[in-house]
Design a protein around this ligand. Sequence first.
Ligand code: EPZ
Length: 419
Amino acid sequence: MDAFRITGGKVLSGEVAVSGAKNAALPILAAALLTPEPCHFERVPELTDVGTTLRLLAELGVAVERDGDRVTLAASSVRTVQAPYDLVKTMRASILVLGPLLARFGEARVSLPGGCAIGARPIDLHLQGLAHMGAEVAIEHGYVVARASRLKGCHHYLDFPTVTGTMNLIMAATLADGVTIIENAACEPEVEDLATFLNKCGARITGAGGDRVVVEGVTALKGASHAIIPDRIEAGTLMLAGAITKGDVTVTGACPAHLEALIQKLREAGARVDVDNDRIRTTVPDGLKALTVRTLPHPGFPTDLQAQMMALMTVAKGVSIITETVFESRFTHVAELCRMGADIRLEGQNAIVGGVRELSGAEVMATDLRASAGLVLAGLVAEGETWVRRIYHLDRGYERLERKLGGLGASVARVTAPL
Ligand code: EPZ
């Protein structure tokens, strides 16, 4: 089982390129199910979750070709509408095939994803929306079974701006009979990128990226080509890696407009953030000050950067308060950070983080994708050596992170650790 061995104390500097966004690639690859024609994608990140998605699509009968960050999919001979448990259990985002399969083939059987380290992660809002569009939805032997001769457009309000729920409903609505309006839709840039791709395929979607999305159903979609947007969470993670080491890091190929909340918070903490087109340079002229951070749906501060921001705050001056409002248990990194000497106390959904002079390297355990990123950042500044185990969590969402950090001067080695 792989681990990262990190020697702390290196000051990061230089330029690093951002890869394509995992959370845009996963729905957009699934959306290729909506058309029998070939779809060509660029800037598809080489991540475990992308590999799992491509394996799932191949299992359904989609023709898959991949060459580095280029992927071609053709769903001209889908042979089953069942997404099996053994694949779905490794990646919750497999639920993203539900909407496309149902819309194109009138039926879908997708294993219930089950919870994960950060929460129960139910999909009730996905199912409510599809039922509102006329689908018969049942849970049978651990599978979601959905059927509809043809979905019907409807005016649907989401109780929570669920990201993949919004994506599933948009994909389903593209082939529905009539107009679908989704109120309280997720506004994440990845939702907007999905709609951009679908409109290239002939869908008629307006308002994506905002909280009211309107989809006029069509009878069929054609193939299209699309380049995935940059990964704002990877970009933010790399910016925070520069900040925590008080270095001078420029991320390139980024989209600053997707990172407004982080940029403002970093400036509030005393960092200097210079934006120039697709380049974001982060430096820390003096020390870092404590912050109050509250995670919220986009455009609020992203929950996917909460652990990484907490790592930064463990060595800031003063007491920070970090409130997690999106997931019910996304503090699994706190105990591990405390083993590195961090001063963090949990009170419900609030983490009270007292800045300390220095963290100390330790053996820590990754529990989920973004928690492991937070531990890596802490290891960059901890005194001595930090081992982050179960780094497979990190590989789900970061493309060769050890090489990207190493290119900035960090001492991070991927090693095969004893079990
Ligand atoms: C997406 O997950 C992302 N994953 C997550 O990124 C991200 O953390 C999350 O959105 C929030 O931004 C992908 O896009 C593949 P939600 P998703 O549905 O869609 C509750 C990462 O690290 N909810 O917006 O699963 C849910 O329990 C991953 O890249 C319901 O109650 O998140 C949670 O508390 C982690 N019922 C909240 O809404 C539902 O039917 C947000 O969930 C759906 C969600």
